[in-house]
Every structure is written in C-alpha cells, then in structure tokens.
Design a protein around this ligand. Sequence first.
Ligand code: SAM
Length: 285
Amino acid sequence: MSREPRERQPRVGQVKEVTSLANPIVKDIRALAQKKHRDASGTFLAEGLKLVIEALELGWRLKTLVYAKAVRGRPEVEKVAARAVAHGGLVLEASEKVVAAIARRDNPQMVMGVFEQRLTSLAEIRPAKDETWLALDRVRDPGNLGTIVRTADAAGVRGVILVGECTDPFSLETVRATMGSIFVVPLVRTTPEAFVAWQRTSGAALVGTHLEGAIDYRTIAYSDRPVVLLMGNEQAGLPEELAKACDRLARIPQAGRADSLNLAVATGVMVYEARRHLLALGEGS
Ligand code: SAM
C-alpha cells in the first residue's frame, strides 16, 4: 500500500542556505517578477506564512519554500519546511537581503512560496443553480484583478473567467492583492469567441455591465438561473461583440460627476447584488 511520505523535520542538506543574489536558484525566483518567466516555468510567487500553509492545505504544489534566517526554528516554519521537503519541494533559508530582493520590497514577508500555476478549462464549467461566475473583459490593472478575485471569494462567486488579453493573475502584485483568494477562486483564461460560444450552451444568464445599459442592476432576477456577470475593460468598456451576446445590459446608477465607477468597485457592487439572496450573516461570518 502506498502512503504519503511521513512529514518529518528537514534534515541538514535538505535545506539550502542562500546569501548571494548571484545564486542561480535565487535568480530564477527573482525572474518570476517577469511574465515570460512565470509562463515558461508555470510557477508564481506567493508571500506570507499563513498563505503558504493555506495553499498547501488546499493541495497547491509548492516547488520552493523560502524563509528568512531570522525565522529559523519557529515551529510553524519548521512544520511547513518539513511538509515542503516531504512533497519533494526545495527549501531555502535565505539572508534578509535575499528575501527582500525576491519580494522586491523593504520589510518583506519572512516566508514565501513558489507554487505551480493552476487554471481551469472553460470546457469543464457547467454553471449550476445558485452559482455566480464572473467574466472580465481584458482587465488590465493587476491591483484591480487582485481586488476582484478577493471580492469574488468573499461573495461566494464560483470562479473568474478572464476573457481576451488580461493582466497576468499570477503576477506578484495581483497575487498580493488577492490576499490568498488566488488559491481559492478557480481561474479560467479564454478568448472572446470561445467565451461567447460557451455561454450560449452554458444555461446561465449573461448579465453585462455597461455605462449605457438600459436596466437598473437592482431590478434583474438573479435567482432564476445561474448567472455570469460580465465586466468591461477599464478604459474601453465592453466591446460591441460581447455586449451583443449579453441577455441583459445592466447599469449602476450614478449621481455625481464621475463618468464611471472603478472596475473593482463596480464588480463588488454587482456580485453582492447578484448574490444578495444567497448571503446572510451566520456563524463565523
Ligand atoms: N470608459 C469606460 C466605458 O465607457 O465603459 C469606462 C469603463 S469602467 C471604468 C470599467 C467597467 O466597470 C465598465 O466596463 C463596466 O463593466 C463597469 N462599470 C463601471 N461603472 C459602471 C456603471 N455605472 N454601471 C455599469 N457598469 C459600470
């Protein structure tokens, strides 16, 4: 009978000490700041002990664990290092200088993980009753995307579909802004054509948001069938071909002089309205 390898304290030799920025492993991790290296390696960097532990618990594959020398010996760090080793990951004990260089900031998190990227394919998605999916047309701003993934998680959105040329969900800035929700919310990447074709057979209502939408977003029946909410690009809004594919084009009323809401804010308003009938304060929330 095969068994999971027993988790044990990492032995000397399984943890590499690194102090130099010239170390090739450190160079590879630092290169993950660039999309082409994330794409080529299929990995990304996430920061923070709590986040790394949660990701491991959710079954994400940790390729490399980096922790600062200053936290060596802390029970939680030892535990996560043992776990990384047991699952075939590499563990680096790094100087503060190396940790700051990897995080590209002062006062970095003391623990970071390089994880394998994970995307869901559109073909696997069959929206079920009471499910809300969120589709984003060419979202460009990493902070917006991270905030949206975090908000989607909080509101119980089933997953986020990235339509067209979107900012990379695995960039450091986006991952930071998700505050760990990147490990919880399934992400899909697709083209506008494939999205429209999928939506036609998905059984879900496609509710687009548009500054010229004729329908007040509060008057839509979100509980009749699964819903896909479609949000437009920050600069251009929804293109004609996507707007045409929508069952409804909703607008959030505005009173002041602002032309529009920020994309992440508009998304927050929409997902909470679409899921209003499903959300309630309960134990632990
Ligand atoms: N100049 C863009 C335009 O003309 O659509 C503004 C885009 S807005 C910053 C980004 C996206 O947020 C929009 O495409 C839409 O999805 C959503 N949005 C922002 N304000 C909205 C509103 N009042 N009603 C409906 N959607 C809104």
